[in-house]
Design a protein around this ligand. Sequence first.
Ligand code: SF4
Ligand code: SF4
Length: 138
Amino acid sequence: MSQHPENNSNIKEIYKKLEAELASIDPGCNACGTCCHFDEFGHVLYASTIETDYIQKNVEIPSFNPDKNVCPFLVNNECSIREHRVLGCRVFFCNPDHKETLQAIYEKYYTMIKDLAIDNEVEWQYAPMMKMLKEKSN
Ligand code: SF4
Ligand code: SF4
C-alpha cells in the first residue's frame, strides 16, 4: 500500500481533470451498470495499485466471489464508489462514437497516474481490478 498520504489528493486532482475533459465530450451513459458485469459484457477492467490503494483508503472492500466476475462495488446495478472509481471505469463508454478520442484520453491519464506512482515510489502494477481487489480483501 502507498506510504504517501499526499497521493490521495493528487489522484483526486487527476480524476477531477479527467472528469472535466470527459464532460466536454459528453459521450453519454445511462448508468445501466451492464458493463460492470465483466463476463456478461465480455471485457476485463484493469487498474493500477495506486488507484486500488485510493479505493481501499476511502471505502471498505466488500467480500466477494471473484468467480462471478461482477464488480463488488455494483449495488442495485449502480456504482457505489463513483467518486473513487478507477481510470478504466471512467473512460469506458459503450457508445462507439468517441472511441479514438477516449483512447487518447485514456493514454494521457494512464501516463499521468503512472508518473504519480513513480514520483511517489508506489509499486506500479496494472492488472485486472478483480484480482487486485481480491488480494486486498484477503
Ligand atoms: S457505459 Fe454503457 S453499458 Fe456501461 S453503464 Fe454506461 S450505458 Fe451502461
Ligand atoms: S467501480 Fe463502479 S463503475 Fe467501476 S466496475 Fe465497479 S461498479 Fe462499475
